[in-house]
Design a protein around this ligand. Structure first.
Ligand SMILES: [Fe+2]
Ligand SMILES: [Fe+2]
Length: 289
């Protein structure tokens, strides 16, 4: 899906695709981002989401999957996920969730998604055009505020906290590589406590970690999407004022009133509006997937 242009040292591997045909004036001022996580497909869920996903082509310019696409991360389950996405023609970006790691085969999950043409944000950021880019990681747990777990004591505790810090560093690097002025962040774990409110307070530390906030606010992200907290709260804000949406499927259905995915619109300068693809430039329609 790359057009082969180099974006310089900071974003050499970043992919960029051309938009599809302009359909209406409204699209000349916005990029429509569809997002959902935690669909938790099992082997018997074939067909459960296919029709709803097909509608994303008309409703959004890009689809974000916020992890927990499967129940246990088996190759058979990711095959189901891929078939659910078969009709989607807009770019799809994804991060994995903890469930996608459960069988110890996250690379096979990634392989299945990659073969479908899904862009894995954990591997590289993605630039939709010269104005809007996407960075993402799975994230990890550890808690929020003054109760955040610190790397003190046993080696196991240090390893645990180190896993979160690694994710924070990966997100920081990914954001730095984006050359776009508008940066969108996709996570599985929550970066703020506001969007886990509603879950039992005892499990808050397992739902996310606010260390993820630092690069989000420092790079001035436009919006953050995450999953994982099925019974949390749909919308919140970082201390820096960045909107955060918990797009776990349950929240999208119950709080946003959507069938399957939440659609968020971002205003962009008119010159980055969807336009006719240049001859020879791969588009979601022409990319072989
Ligand atoms: Fe989940
Ligand atoms: Fe999860």
């Amino acid at each position: 899906m790359t057009d082969g242009r180099s974006d310089g040292d900071g974003a050499r591997d970043t992919e960029r695709v051309a938009f599809g045909r302009r359909r209406e004036d409204r699209r000349a001022r916005t990029v429509r981002i569809a997002a959902v996580g935690d669909i938790h497909c099992g082997e018997k869920d074939g067909g459960a989401y296919r029709e709803a996903f097909a509608r994303v082509n008309d409703e959004a310019d890009i689809l974000l999957l916020a992890g927990d696409l499967t129940r246990r991360g088996t190759p058979a389950e990711i095959d189901v996920v891929v078939k659910e996405l078969v009709d989607v023609r807009i770019p799809i970006l994804a991060v994995l969730g903890n469930h996608d790691h459960e069988s110890g085969q996250p690379e096979k999950v990634n392989d299945g998604l990659r073969a479908r043409g899904v862009h894995l944000l954990d591997e590289a950021p993605f630039e939709l055009n010269e104005h809007v880019g996407f960075a993402g990681v799975k994230g990890f747990m550890g808690g929020f505020g003054r109760y955040t777990l610190t790397a003190f004591g046993e080696a196991e505790t240090k390893t645990f906290v180190g896993s979160t810090l690694e994710e924070v560093q990966k997100l920081e690097y990914s954001l730095r590589r984006l050359s776009t002025p508008i940066r969108v962040v996709l996570l599985h774990y929550a970066p703020i406590v506001d969007t886990v409110m509603g879950e039992p307070e005892q499990i808050f530390p397992f739902l996310g970690n606010d260390r993820l906030l630092e690069p989000i606010d420092r790079f001035g992200a436009a919006v953050v999407f995450h999953g994982h907290a099925h019974h949390g709260t749909f919308a919140g804000k970082t201390p820096g004022g960045v909107p955060v949406f918990n797009v776990s499927m349950v929240r999208v259905k119950e709080d946003a009133g959507a069938e399957l995915f939440y659609v968020h619109e971002i205003e962009v300068p008119a010159e980055s509006a969807p336009a006719e693809p240049e001859p020879g430039v791969e588009t979601p329609e022409t990319a072989g997937r």
